[in-house]
Design a protein around this ligand. Structure first.
Ligand code: SF4
Length: 375
């Protein structure tokens, strides 16, 4: 049970040369196939695919509408705590950064939850740093108990847990897990995470799978593009998603492709993924995995988010604050990173409607086991 052996098999392949060896004919052949495999994914991600982006976009759009219609699910993140014991060099909440540390009380959380629910949102993503003594599994259980009054769907984007802890999260009402590997480059990962529990690369790599085993309904993965060679990280993210989709067909697997944004630290991206690169990555993902969820965050600008909607996007965030208490409290807070799209929920819905898309607030209802089923 691990993606690690699959990843290490490909890590020994000279990927840059493989990408460089692809021809336009190879890309066309891949485009004409009914179903794509890993070699096709390599072709779609290669420089030879760049002149064919328009054809790729048309097929990606067809596949997206076949599988998801023109529905885009909305969600918003809620930061519960910014205490953290990790030293991730690229993050504003890094424990070495001198920022005010805050954590919502259950009363404050209730106020935030109620305020977000009043915007109509039903899908919530809760986030913390990694500080188990302050905001550990018990705190999250208490938080889920408060929030499930307001939200039928709550996902967690927190520290990596053991499987039995994920089981506790599911029992407390979490139905989704988001876990970014940050970079799939194991050596680089060690330098970016010099200290703290997140230093354990394998434990984090296998966390999405532990979430699948624990009964999460939705599992979202991704790499933070820019930490390392974005092209390699994008490729391994797609490979990881394919592995999880194949092994856990009952779980909705999604990818989020965040790019680095300014934050309270000083780390600069080493590999810039331009807009056209992100477009190619999204198209390659959609053509490789037609049923994959693709999430686009408010790290991207309003104009860019609007432009890429037809290419495969299935979820977007709206009404976002990346600061603890940022949805209701008025004092100065430091966010995890700067967002590029600060539009409210109604503004994002207006944009979706104008572009011919249906904003989806809630796409499912939990089955109540004591409900009588009529034939
Ligand atoms: S990325 Fe997460 S774990 Fe790392 S410093 Fe930031 S909040 Fe802490």
């Amino acid at each position: 049970m691990s993606f690690y052996p699959v990843m290490t098999e490909y890590a020994s392949v000279p990927l840059t040369e493989k990408f460089a060896a692809v021809t336009e004919d190879d890309v066309r052949r891949s485009l004409n196939k009914m179903t794509a495999d890993v070699d096709d994914f390599i072709n779609f991600m290669s420089p030879a695919a760049v002149p064919l982006l328009e054809e790729m976009a048309q097929k990606a759009n067809r596949l997206t509408e076949q599988n998801f219609g023109k529905a885009i699910q909305l969600f918003t993140p809620l930061y519960l705590s910014n205490f953290c014991t990790n030293h991730c060099v690229y993050c504003g909440f890094n424990c070495k950064n001198k920022i005010p540390r805050e954590q919502l009380t259950m009363e404050e959380l209730d106020v935030e939850g109620k305020a977000i629910a009043a915007t109509g949102l039903k899908h919530l993503l809760i986030l913390t740093g990694e500080a188990p003594a302050k905001a550990g599994v018990d705190f999250l259980e208490d938080s889920l108990n408060v929030l499930r009054k307001y939200f039928p769907s709550v996902s967690i984007e927190v520290f990596a847990m053991d499987e039995d802890e994920y089981v506790r999260m599911v029992a407390a009402g979490a139905d989704g897990l988001t876990m970014f590997q940050e970079t799939y480059n194991e050596e680089l990962y060690a330098t970016l995470h010099p200290k703290g529990p997140k230093k354990d690369y394998r434990y984090r790599l296998d966390a999405p799978e532990r979430g699948c085993l624990a009964g999460m309904r939705v599992v979202t993965i991704g790499a933070l593009l820019g930490l390392g060679d974005w092209h390699r990280d994008a490729f391994f993210t797609g490979l990881h998603a394919a592995y999880l989709m194949h092994k856990y067909p009952e779980v909705d697997i999604s990818v989020s492709p965040p790019r680095m944004r300014p934050h309270a630290g000083e780390y600069e991206p080493v590999s810039i993924a331009e807009d056209k690169d992100l477009v190619q990555y999204m198209l390659a993902l959609r053509l490789f995995l037609p049923r994959l969820g693709i999430t686009v965050s408010t790290r991207e600008s309003p104009e860019f988010r609007e432009k890429i909607l037809p290419l495969g996007v299935t979820k977007i965030s709206a009404g976002v604050s990346t600061a603890v208490g940022g949805h209701t409290q008025e004092n100065e807070h430091v966010g995890q990173f700067e967002i590029a799209d600060s539009r409210s929920v109604p503004e994002v819905c207006e944009m979706l409607n104008r572009c011919g898309y249906q904003p989806v607030y809630k796409d499912w209802e939990p089955i109540k086991l004591d409900t009588k089923v009529h034939a």
